[in-house]
Design a protein around this ligand. Sequence first.
Ligand code: MN
Length: 238
Amino acid sequence: MSIPVIGVVPLWDEERGSLWMLPGYMDAISCVGGLPIMLPLTSDGAAISRICRMVDGLLFTGGQDISPGLYREEVIASCGALCKKRDDMETALFAEAVVNMDKPALGICRGTQLINVALGGTLYQDLPSQYQGKTAVSHKQAVPGDVLSHTVMIIEGSPLGTLLRTESIEVYSNHHQGIRELSPELECMAVTGDGLVEAVYMPKRGFVWGVQWHPERTMYDEKSLKIFEAFIGYCRHE
Ligand code: MN
């Protein structure tokens, strides 16, 4: 049985003008038997198409805020740093890989927001100011990235519910934006106590999941591990 190759969307350091990668994304894929390959940051159609034929699945990583222009809004003052290069690449990659080719995909943090926006959904540009009053949940943990301190309720009967067989889990969370209007192509698999969407999937595709938290940072936790096992398991059978 060959090792599933997972294309990992690169991170972009604006200050250095440099691609980079957090080892957690790569290690999480390796840990469950996949081969992670960091992709070039390109939105060239021929390159995107070739990438899609090479890989068995795609990991849409975390990073900068998504440009509000992608969901037809003006940028507000409290919106975070944007990254046009990534917006361009990821929308092109998602359209080709997922919409056209039905490749399996996992979105993490920004990746989840990208999936929602690529399918016509919208975001809160700044959760602290736009989601005020509805929440006592901190979505941006002040603690180091290996601590589980944000509770997420799993929707029973959803694919995530079936996988984890539990009502709630603790996660590591660090996000500034969140899903406002869920795309009609997606269904919710988890929410926080304040009602914010924390995990989604695309029922019309084999495996397109997004989680707003960071399971790759807490792979010592069985539930985090299971999410990557489910993703790679699906990629393996494609
Ligand atoms: Mn959250």
